[in-house]
Ligand binder design. Structure first.
Ligand code: FAD
Ligand code: NDP
Length: 426
């Protein structure tokens, strides 16, 4: 059996939702677009899963965070898809793809063919087993990528109030989940191999601000080591965590956030890959002209840096998805994607934003003992990256604008002296 569509979006996450909205804004007929997703629900704002979803009081629940509320756009509920004649094939994994024949084969045995395919398969969480540690399937070991994971995490968390959690990984998941666990009255120890948290983005000075804040909330840090093994009891629960440095920590639950791998498997050997993702041009088009890739799975040219990057953040998923649809529907009017990388996080009452690239020399500014401070990254005499904690909307817009303009920086000491004022004056 089989069905045919003009446009098929493979994957039903953030990028799929924003692509669907863009298709309807530009005008598609009923029955032209199909979204196939392994998840059983229509696209939602994934960032909510490590923030509002984990709150002990008045937690966010669907349908409140379906796309595209995160960018102050319409909320696309199942009813919205129905009204726009968009075919949803949910709870269905695509198990193989044939880009030459333009077909996808689902795990339920259906062949779905397309004229244009948008790959929006995102990524999967890396498992401890990939680092040689067994025990991911223990009842109280949690990962966090999708709604099912988040629902499970909430259940485990609720059974551990007052207990001990070990958080493995000092990246985004580790930091955001540790904060949520504390808010849920769970004692947290964070364990990661680097010298400080958020090692790929934060400078030691920035990291120490957040680590001190977390410590003030009772979080303990064990740095420079990794997990070695779990003690698992007869009921299949982890009771303790042993680290490579010999430390043994009692644990009522474990949260693992050790990075992701893009879901490219269906297309390996069929499309060109780069930086672990599907290589696309400035119109999000892959090495096959009928196939586009967006979101976490796409490696695209970042004009500002003059190189191909794969970004794992929601703003990039939203904008790359919309750009692909513009390029598909109105190619003559669509120029090359010109994207300014944007990352952010919110934990406790803290909130930071980063724009650009974290390379080169760093200049810190502001009050690191207060609540507003930041940093600039300067490479080859130009401002290339900006970080700000505790800014206002206008201040965040200013650092974004300044970073996009890449102004020449002759004097780092002067930049430090001007601090945030530099971006506000650009
Ligand atoms: P996804 O949203 O992951 O969607 C991929 C979809 O494809 C899923 O529905 C999946 O089931 C489906 N799929 C994959 N393979 C198949 C297949 N073979 N068949 C059918 N369906 C398939 N970024 C930020 O910038 N800020 C944040 O605060 C932030 N918070 C986050 C919190 C969490 C808990 C997580 C996990 C991520 C967070 N991110 C954040 C990252 C952001 O959510 C991702 O960058 C974004 O979701 C990427 O969108 P995507 O559509 O490419 O992939
Ligand atoms: P990250 O890449 O942010 O962080 C992974 C962390 O785990 C790194 O500190 C990494 O160290 C460390 N690590 C790797 N292997 C081990 C190991 N064996 N033991 C202990 N630590 C290890 O990934 P996350 O899992 O935190 O996040 C998953 C995805 O979700 C990312 O794409 C992220 O962008 C996204 N996300 C984004 C958020 C945001 O933007 N606010 C919020 C939540 C998730 P090393 O650097 O040395 O590899």
């Amino acid at each position: 059996m089989g069905r045919a569509f003009t446009y098929v979006i493979l994957g039903g996450g953030v990028a799929a939702g924003y692509a669907a909205l863009e298709f309807t804004k530009r005008g598609i007929s009923h029955g032209e677009l199909c979204i196939i997703s392994e998840e059983p629900v229509v696209p939602y704002e994934r960032p909510a899963l490590s923030k509002g979803f984990l709150l002990p009081e008045a937690p966010s629940r669907l349908p409140s965070f379906h796309t595209c509320v995160g960018a102050n756009e319409e909320r696309l509920t199942p009813k919205w898809y129905k009204e726009h004649g968009i075919e949803l094939v949910l709870g269905t994994r695509v198990k193989s793809a044939d880009v030459r024949r333009k077909t996808l084969l689902t795990a339920t045995g259906e062949t779905i063919s397309y004229k244009i395919l948008i790959i929006a398969t995102g990524a999967r969480a890396l498992q401890l087993e990939e680092f040689g540690v067994a025990g991911s399937d223990a009842e109280n070991v949690c990962y966090l990528r999708d709604l099912a994971d988040a629902t499970r995490l909430v259940d485990v968390m609720q059974s551990c109030t007052g207990g001990n959690a070990v958080v493995i990984g000092g990246g985004y998941i580790g930091m955001e989940c540790a904060a949520s666990l504390v808010i849920n009255k769970i004692n947290v120890t964070m364990v990661f191999p680097e010298a400080h948290c958020m090692a790929r983005l934060f400078t030691p000075k920035i990291a120490s601000y957040y680590e001190d804040y977390y410590k003030s909330k009772g979080v303990q840090f064990i740095k420079g080591t990794a997990l070695s093994s779990f003690d698992i009891d007869d009921s299949g629960k982890v009771t303790a965590v042993t680290l490579r440095d010999g430390n043994r920590l009692p644990a009522d639950m474990v949260v693992v956030g050790i990075g992701i791998r893009p879901n490219t498997g269906l297309f390996e050997g069929q499309l060109t890959l780069e930086k672990g993702g599907i290589k696309v041009n400035g119109w999000m088009q892959s090495s096959n002209s009928s196939v586009y890739a967006v979101g976490d799975v796409a490696a695209f040219p970042v004009k500002l840096f003059g190189e191909t990057r794969r970004l794992e953040h929601v703003d990039s998923a939203r904008k790359s998805a919309r750009h692909a649809v513009a390029a598909i529907m109105e190619p003559a009017k669509t120029s090359e994607f010109d994207y300014l990388p944007f990352f952010y996080s919110r934990v406790f009452t803290l909130s930071w934003q980063f724009y650009g690239d974290s390379v080169g020399e760093v200049v810190h500014y502001g009050d690191f003992s207060g609540s507003t401070f930041g940093a600039y990254w300067v490479s080859k005499g130009q401002l290339v990256g900006s970080f700000l904690e505790g800014g206002t909307k206008e201040e965040y817009e200013a650092i974004a604008k300044a970073t996009k303009l890449k102004p020449d920086i002759e004097d780092l000491a002067e930049l430090e002296r001007q601090g945030l004022g530099f971006a506000l004056a650009v």
